[in-house]
Design a protein around this ligand. Structure first.
Ligand SMILES: NC(=O)c1ccc[n+]([C@@H]2O[C@H](COP(=O)([O-])OP(=O)(O)OC[C@H]3O[C@@H](n4cnc5c(N)ncnc54)[C@H](O)[C@@H]3O)[C@@H](O)[C@H]2O)c1
Length: 374
């Protein structure tokens, strides 16, 4: 198969969808890899690195026109909509439940759009979201600790405290992959950490592996209202797969928070779990509402592209290899996890939460493709 790797043009996005090591694996298996020139530069990979791995360096027009499978990191931006076309499989993060114009552009183009973030195993794990969630979670505590500094608009508090001085309090909303990793770093910094979740099984697990170093509490509106008043740093890390994030923190709740406290809403890529959150960028990451610093960078892992690009390729490569070897139809027939990643196919929305989010028609994937392996 001819596999293209496009350069990311979204602001502050330095990741690339394939490392030279990944390109090599595909070339060894007999596929052709086309890399848009300088696509790896932001992650410290040169065109020469890819050429040595067996890839061919091409222009932006050629990578979109000649590829059968196109790998990206982020969703296409408006200026890329005209490049979407039939007979192309696009494999990337899409997050279209929160993006109606892109959903419509994908439907109208006839492209096959497979979203990293909805590839889901039978035991409900999200293998292509997990590595970025690990990174975003770790960064969330790091960024939160930084923006608590007074000259940056924060309370002027050291999260870890020192001997004889109480540490800061971190409230993590959602104890999934982001929440767990945020907690690990916050604990490492010496903060007092509370995780709110709705899954008792998940909280039992967190309690066990963190050996009592965090408090886990059932997430209810009343509990959020009371915990938020004590928090120096709030980390929004909830997820309802494929749907917009629930608004757990209302504008009214900001009124009970300490002035200069920081909210890091990691769930911003699904619309955010804080009513006053709006997406920001790495170059202008924070803003204030009612004296509370909001950090809502929609592509946090993009800030550490060397780590993120490698972590992403480690996770995506087996799926890329499956699509390349069998074609999309056969690959999804063989692997239900990958089938759940298909959001749009032949002009139809095949992922129900996306159709629901925009009040558009949903067509089960099995009605568009035969889902029995050949
Ligand atoms: N901003 C970024 O750069 C970035 C990067 C990676 C992930 N994310 C986002 O971070 C969010 C979390 O991702 P994840 O991988 O940790 O998901 P996850 O599925 O591992 O965890 C989500 C957790 O939220 C819990 N939850 C659901 N509803 C809740 C509620 N009402 N109250 C409390 N907890 C609730 C679930 O039980 C689950 O444990 C997602 O929105 C994801 O898209 C953002």
């Amino acid at each position: 198969m001819r596999i293209g790797v496009a350069r990311e043009i979204k602001t502050d996005e330095y990741r690339v969808a394939l490392t030279p090591a990944g390109a090599r694996e595909l070339v060894v298996k007999g596929h052709e890899v086309l890399l848009e020139t300088t696509a790896g530069a932001g992650s410290a990979f040169t065109d020469a690195d890819y050429e040595r791995a067996g890839a061919r360096i091409v222009s932006v027009d050629d990578v979109w026109r000649q590829s059968e499978l196109l790998l990206k990191v982020k969703e296409p931006v408006a200026e890329e909509y005209a490049r979407l076309r039939e007979d192309l499989v696009l494999f990337t993060y899409l997050h279209i439940a929160a993006d109606e114009p892109l959903t419509r552009a994908l439907v109208e183009s006839g492209i096959a759009a497979v979203a990293y973030e909805t590839v889901e195993t039978d035991d409900r794990k999200l293998p292509l979201l997990a590595p970025m969630s690990e990174i975003a979670g770790r960064l969330a505590s790091q960024a939160g600790a930084y923006f608590l500094e007074k000259p940056l608009g924060g309370r002027g508090l050291l999260l870890g405290g020192v001997a004889g001085v109480q540490p800061g309090r971190v409230l993590v909303l959602g104890g999934g992959v982001v929440g767990y990793n945020a907690a690990i770093i916050a604990i490492g910094l010496g903060a007092q950490v509370t995780i709110l979740d709705r899954s008792i099984d998940r909280m039992r697990y967190l309690d066990e592996i963190l050996s009592g170093r965090v408090s886990t509490v059932m997430s209810t509106t009343l509990q959020i209202e009371s915990s938020i008043a004590d928090a120096d740093l709030v980390i929004g890390a909830v997820l309802v797969p494929g749907a917009r994030a629930p608004k757990l923190v209302t504008r009214e709740m900001l009124g009970v928070m300490k002035k200069g406290a920081v909210i890091v809403d990691v769930a911003i890529d699904q619309g955010g779990c804080v009513e006053t959150a709006r997406p920001t960028t790495h170059s202008d990451p924070v803003y204030q509402v009612d004296g509370i610093t909001h950090y809502c960078v929609a592509n946090m892992p993009g800030g550490v592209p060397i780590t993120s690009t490698k972590a992403l390729t480690n996770a995506t490569l087996p799926y890329v290899e499956a699509i390349a070897e069998h074609g999309l139809a056969e690959a999804v027939a063989r692997d239900r996890s990958l089938a759940r990643g298909v959001n749009i196919l032949e002009g139809r929305i095949t992922y129900e939460p996306v159709a629901e989010a925009h009040d558009l028609d949903y067509v089960p994937l099995a009605d568009v493709l035969p889902l029995t392996p050949a």
